[in-house]
Ligand binder design. Structure first.
Ligand SMILES: Cc1cc2nc3c(=O)[nH]c(=O)nc-3n(C[C@H](O)[C@H](O)[C@H](O)COP(=O)(O)OP(=O)(O)OC[C@H]3O[C@@H](n4cnc5c(N)ncnc54)[C@H](O)[C@@H]3O)c2cc1C
Length: 351
């Protein structure tokens, strides 16, 4: 189970990162506990890894243990008119969406095509096309990495917000998620909230309900995502990314006033959200002089999606330098500091 000097780049969608000094792919809870205990005894830091689609490893690699979660298992149970889906952390997320759509279960169909594994979905409250996992998560099961004791959180205890949760915030790197339980609606009607998706499906089109309707929504989402290289495909250079590199900033009232003062006639799309006003990071990046297809050495911006920084045969350092250049450009033009979405390991000071 324990290996040494495993190159991390092939374990990531962006294909970057030097070797992990130690690497353990764990298929059972016993293996997970063994690996964590071993790392504690060796006084080594541990980095948990899922599908590697939201993580950026250093060119030097990781001087500790990378623990890859390969826990498998899927259970479906009816409860009070809903269906509870308990998925082990190592299950493919896109595979789970496909299976739930096949069974006619509503709630995650718009999240088709997002790479990675089930266990990472609560970490940043994965979302796309008008759905977020926080809307369907009933419970998250995990292990305390220190005590190795099992822990269960209800949805309300997870601290979900836009691309955020306690697991990415106050409890970062404290727990390993072992299973996520989603509450889905049987034979439900797909909920189309996202204007682009509604247009793609045909404005006013009658989808009906049940398996066929959900399958149509899933296929539409996949088509939209393929058009932006937002479905992982190793043959597509624009998909050698971690998805969106920057979060959409949420501005409070004062920040919004300051932002408007800098617009000089420009009219950005603004979206009211519970936490503030959301400004599309893609708009900010483009208006600051970084168009799609922009290249800087071995790093660049996808030709199809302004927020996806892509590895053009370069290094993590080059990618992070490009990210810093973009952040500085946006800060200078609009006074807004963009936050990174992916997890950078080890932590890279970005401001
Ligand atoms: C082409 C592309 C498109 C994308 N589109 C979207 C999108 O539309 N919406 C969206 O939200 N994201 C998107 N992403 C980002 C990414 O796919 C998601 O964040 C995904 O949930 C990451 O899963 P992963 O298994 O690959 O996690 P990893 O990248 O392996 O890990 C990410 C973080 O989660 C932690 N982690 C992973 N598994 C566990 C576990 N079991 N227990 C504890 N911690 C864990 C890791 O330590 C790390 O900190 C996209 C990425 C790509 C490459």
């Amino acid at each position: 189970m324990l290996q040494t000097d495993q190159l991390l780049a092939p374990h990531t969608t962006i294909q970057l990162g030097g070797p992990a000094r130690h690497f353990a792919a764990c298929r059972t809870l016993e293996e997970v506990r063994y690996a964590l205990r071993w790392a504690t005894a060796q006084k080594l830091p541990v980095q948990v890894l899922g599908g590697g689609s939201n993580v950026l490893f250093d060119d030097e690699g990781f001087a500790g243990l990378v623990l890859k979660v390969e826990l498998f298992g899927l259970r479906f149970a009816e409860q009070e008119g809903a269906v509870l889906v308990a998925a082990a952390a190592g299950q493919s997320w896109d595979g789970l969406v496909a299976e739930c759509v096949r069974r006619g279960l509503t709630g995650i169909e718009c999240l088709a095509g997002i790479p990675g594994l089930v266990g990472a979905t609560p970490i940043q409250n994965v979302g796309a096309y008008g759905q977020e996992v926080k809307d369907t998560i009933a419970a998250v099961h995990g292990l305390d990495r220190g005590t190795l004791e099992p822990v269960v959180w209800t949805n309300a205890q997870c601290g979900f917000a836009y691309r955020q949760s306690r697991f990415k915030g106050v409890d970062k790197d404290r727990y390993l998620i072992t299973e996520v339980c989603y509450r889905l609606e049987p034979e439900g009607v797909p909920k189309i909230r996202y204007p682009e998706l509604r247009r793609h499906l045909g404005e006013g089109a009658e989808l009906g309900q049940g398996q066929a309707a959900l399958a149509a929504v899933r296929e539409a989402v996949l088509q939209l995502r393929r058009g932006k290289s937002m479905v992982y495909n190793p043959q597509d250079p624009d998909a050698r990314s971690v998805g969106s590199f920057f979060l959409n900033p949420l501005l409070g009232e004062g920040e919004l006033v300051a932002f408007r003062d800098r617009l000089g006639g420009l009219q950005p799309p603004l979206f009211p959200a519970p936490e503030g006003t959301k400004v599309p990071a893609a708009w900010l990046v483009e208006q600051s002089g970084f168009p799609k297809g922009f290249r800087r050495g071995g790093a660049g911006i996808s030709g199809k999606h302004t927020l996806a920084l892509v590895n053009c045969g370069g290094t993590t350092r080059q990618l992070l330098e490009l990210a810093e250049e973009i952040r500085a450009g946006v800060r200078a033009r609009f006074g807004i500091t963009l936050e990174l979405e992916p997890v950078v390991v080890p932590w890279f000071p970005t401001s």
